[in-house]
Design a protein around this ligand. Structure first.
Ligand code: FAD
Length: 829
């Protein structure tokens, strides 16, 4: 097997060694700068609370695996995980509602959970103040990880299996040649390697810098303190004594005050996220000493007691018995935060053989290690870890300033109740399209994704509500789904379906694939036959070897050797770039390059039955069905501006995406707006687009489908050309997939025509949890909320299911899709 060097013997690094060894890999070396018995990283002092429930299915599954694995690691009858259960309490009505939502996540992702009353909370956790606790969420399988012990047992076990450990050995450089890693340089000389995985925790930035890789994490100090002994906890007959963990109470979260608790024998440990963010530069901490102990390790900074004052006051309110104690000991412990709160894993886009697994909590450690081991050994992880992939970040998101600001904000908001559409507070106006100035004039309501400002609706359209036919009148929404929403979207949708609207499509990713090997590259990676004349657009899928969906893209053949790709995320760009690099190396005659053009271009979606009237006023080019058929692309001029016109539509109406270079964008916008006046054109936002898109059944990669799904079950098999002669990634995998899948992505129409769901809610069939919602919107054309959901195939069309929204069951019917214009007559016209 390949020679692997793992940098770092924290909980992540040793778990990875273990996962690789158990898959038969033999040549593994773990290099650790600290002493192996206590390396001095975050793991060495982690209190190890494992709360599994997370809005993300991926993160929850990673946590679930970690619990299962830690439960299985035992020595001399002593384990590494104390399954005490987890209790999240609410002291405000808002939190009580939030716990219902979290209960929904647990149900969606298959974690047993129960909402309990305030009284039951105090029965379960007698130290809680009866007066303040309104209710709680109990998860019986949560618990305490003994992370340092697990690390030691895994070192022992993997050593016996042949893993080499080099303690007290800092990695000082990464060796590379011809775009590949060849080893690591350490204080004791070089260790050759084919694969290097950096599991260096919050030192990840420094290791990344050795290979020119920006690892977007920020080390932050976080306060943890222990009280003196609590008289009430002394001399208990502790059933978990066998674990050496001396604890009986569930682990406890008090998110309203940014606090969490666990027992340490008769003391209580208190963790606090409510203090000011305290960023640290790992490189400034100096060398790890030869001997590390509890009090003296690089990841442990001096306790700043003033920062803990609120924590202590609030803790005494929640757990009044703490008044009999004081703080015995505390520290500011360092660990990693990231711009979106997720871990950073996977292969480096810039260096073959170099991987990272960082910004990982103890909670997800074994799950992440398993995923990385599967990626190394089989090329793919069974759990879809796309949202953890290092290549998910845009270039601007890798800058020090961006990472610092957003990671600190994530620290501050870690326990906050956050709406799924909520934008970052800062930085804003980072990436703006050339139309931004006009959008502001029209009163755009902007939300932010990937640094882009994207209009959701325009206040200028408010007056249209007066003319809206009764059938289109928006319904009242509950307070939660009414956030970041305006009824104006209904008017924008109405205008799109009945007249014409212009949409800013700039934030969608665009890149250009060009060169003599461009066709070969795209043929090899996509499910469609792209041997078509220039001027054609193809909607196609990128699969992994097992036929899991790793992306869906639009491929437009502009010239023989020039293609443009429309994609969802930066990940597809890195994937194509890497494959292009391989191709250049392997067959220089098939030279190909991939170029990011999103920011240097801009795009307007001009859609609606009157789109052709509008374009006729500003262009002499032929936009007829013959001149530019559906799924065709050509170069045109609009008001004298060179434009690429793509005949496709996200909303299911006639029209084009009109793309030009960024500096001409404003002129293009103005020309179309002017020509459209006669035909009642409006600017419309993402909220309307999302609604219209869903009515057409267009899926969103990431939310609706991912690597855990194949094209058949996701309902996108039409994007697979089964007759394609050329081989492509995933072709063999497809033939191994079941012909009758056990689950399907289904369209649901909400029966009462009113009740909203927003995504990730559990779906019940015959009273039992059977699946979950992926995306949802109010379908303005069909006059009711609609949603997509993963459900067992046994659930038939026409049957009733129930989604759970804040603890309330919402009845929905499984309906045939798409709900709007299944014949595509509006598009082909
Ligand atoms: P680490 O344990 O830091 O391991 C990285 C290793 O890499 C270190 O041992 C380091 O010495 C080594 N290394 C770095 N650079 C080099 C180099 N150049 N050469 C050789 N070796 C190198 N998580 C939870 O899930 N639940 C909790 O309740 C929880 N509470 C926490 C409380 C506190 C106070 C803190 C600080 C963290 C807490 N965490 C918690 C987070 C958790 O501790 C970390 O996310 C986790 O331990 C990280 O594990 P790791 O293996 O990635 O990193």
């Amino acid at each position: 097997s390949q020679r692997v060097v793992i940098v770092g013997a924290g909980i992540v690094g040793v778990n990875l060694a273990d996962e690789l060894v158990s898959r038969g890999w033999k040549n593994i070396t773990v290099v650790e700068q600290g002493p192996l018995n206590m390396p001095g990283g975050s793991t060495s002092h982690a209190p190890g609370l494992v709360f599994q429930t997370n809005p993300s299915k991926t993160m929850t599954r990673l946590a679930k695996y970690t619990v299962e694995k830690l439960l299985s690691i035992k020595k001399d009858g002593q384990g590494c995980f104390n399954q005490l259960g987890g209790l999240e309490v609410a002291t405000t009505p808002e939190r009580l509602e939030e716990l219902k939502r979290r209960h929904g996540y647990a149900t969606s992702w298959g974690i047993e959970a129960r909402l309990i009353s305030g009284e039951e909370c105090t029965q379960m956790y007698p130290l809680l103040n009866k007066e303040t606790v309104l209710g709680g969420l109990h998860i019986p399988t949560d618990g305490l990880a003994l992370a340092a012990r697990a690390t030691q047992l895994l070192i022992e076990r993997t050593r016996e299996a042949g893993v080499r450990y080099l303690g007290n050995t800092p990695v000082t450089d990464i060796e590379k040649s011809n775009g590949r890693v060849t080893g690591v340089m350490t204080s004791n000389g070089s260790v050759p390697a084919d694969i290097v995985v950096s599991c260096a925790g919050f030192w990840g930035v420094e290791i990344g810098a050795m290979v020119g890789l920006q690892v977007p994490l920020l080390p932050l100090a976080h306060q943890y303190a222990k009280t003196t002994a609590l008289p009430g906890l002394r001399n208990r007959e502790v059933n978990s004594r066998i674990n050496g963990m001396n604890a009986t109470l569930p682990i406890l979260r008090h998110q309203d005050q940014d606090l969490y608790y666990r027992e340490h024998g008769d003391q209580i440990g208190i963790g606090f996220y409510g203090h000011r963010p305290m960023p640290v530069v790992a490189g400034s901490l100096g060398l790890t000493p030869e001997h590390v102990d509890e009090k003296n390790m690089p990841s442990r900074l001096e306790f700043t007691s003033r920062d803990f004052e609120t924590a202590w006051n609030e803790s005494q309110k929640l757990l009044p018995a703490l008044k009999e104690t004081h703080i015995a000991d505390g520290f500011n412990g360092i660990f990693s935060f990231t711009p979106d709160g997720g871990p950073i894993i996977g292969r480096a886009p810039n260096l073959e053989g170099f991987y990272v697994a960082e910004a990982v909590w103890v909670t997800h450690s074994a799950g992440i290690a398993q995923a990385v081991a599967q990626i190394l050994t089989t090329g793919r992880s069974e759990i879809d870890v796309g949202e953890c992939d290092i290549s998910r970040f845009e270039e601007i998101q890798l800058s020090r300033e961006y990472v610092s600001e957003t990671s600190q904000q994530n620290f501050v908001e870690i326990y906050d109740i956050i709406h799924p559409l909520a934008p970052k507070i800062s930085p804003r106006n980072l990436r703006i399209s050339p139309f931004n100035v006009r959008q502001r004039e029209l009163g755009a309501y902007f939300l932010e994704v990937g640094g882009w400002e994207r209009p959701f609706w325009y206040e200028a359209n408010a007056e249209l509500l007066k003319y809206l036919p009764a059938k289109w009148q928006p319904v009242e929404r509950d307070a939660w789904s009414a956030q970041h929403y305006s009824p104006i979207s209904a008017a924008e949708a109405w205008k799109t379906r009945n007249a014409v609207a212009m949409y800013d499509m700039t934030a969608f990713h665009r890149f250009e694939v060009s060169g003599p090997g461009a066709l070969h590259l795209l043929q090899r990676l996509s499910t469609s036959d792209l041997k078509k004349e220039p001027g054609s657009i193809t909607y196609t899928l990128l699969l992994d070897d097992a036929a899991g969906i790793r992306g869906d893209i639009f491929v437009s053949r502009i010239e023989d050797e020039v293609f443009q790709i429309g994609a969802n995320s930066a990940t597809e760009f890195h994937y194509l770039s890497r494959e292009a690099r391989f191709q250049r190396q392997q067959s220089p005659s098939q030279w190909v390059q991939v170029r990011e053009i999103t920011g240097s271009t801009c795009s307007i979606g001009l859609w609606g039955p009157r789109a052709r009237d509008v374009i006729a006023g500003v262009s002499t080019d032929d936009f007829s069905n013959k001149g530019l058929p559906y799924f065709g692309v050509k170069k045109v001029h609009v008001a004298g501006i060179p434009v690429l016109a793509f005949r496709k539509s996200y909303v299911g109406e006639l029209g084009w995406e009109l793309q030009t270079s960024a500096e001409l964008g404003l002129r293009l916008w103005d020309a179309i707006a002017q020509a459209g006046k006669l035909h009642g054109i409006i600017a419309a936002g993402r909220a309307a687009l999302n609604s219209l898109r869903l009515e057409k059944g267009y899926r969103t990669y990431g939310a609706d489908m991912g690597t855990e799904h194949d094209p058949l079950e996701a309902g996108v098999v039409s994007a697979v050309d089964l007759k394609k002669k050329d081989d492509f990634v995933g072709k063999a995998g497809l033939s191994r997939r079941p012909k009758t899948p056990s689950r399907r992505l289904r369209c649901l129409a909400i029966n009462d025509g009113l009740s909203m769901v927003l995504g990730k809610e559990p779906v019940f069939y015959k009273g039992k949890a059977a699946g979950y919602i992926t995306t949802a919107a109010f379908g303005f054309t069909v006059g009711r909320p609609i949603a997509y959901a993963w459900l067992p195939s046994s659930v038939n069309l026409g049957e009733t299911v129930e989604a759970e929204y804040f603890g309330r069951r919402v009845a929905a019917t499984v309906v045939a899709e798409p709900l709007y214009d299944p014949q595509n007559s509006r598009l082909l016209d």
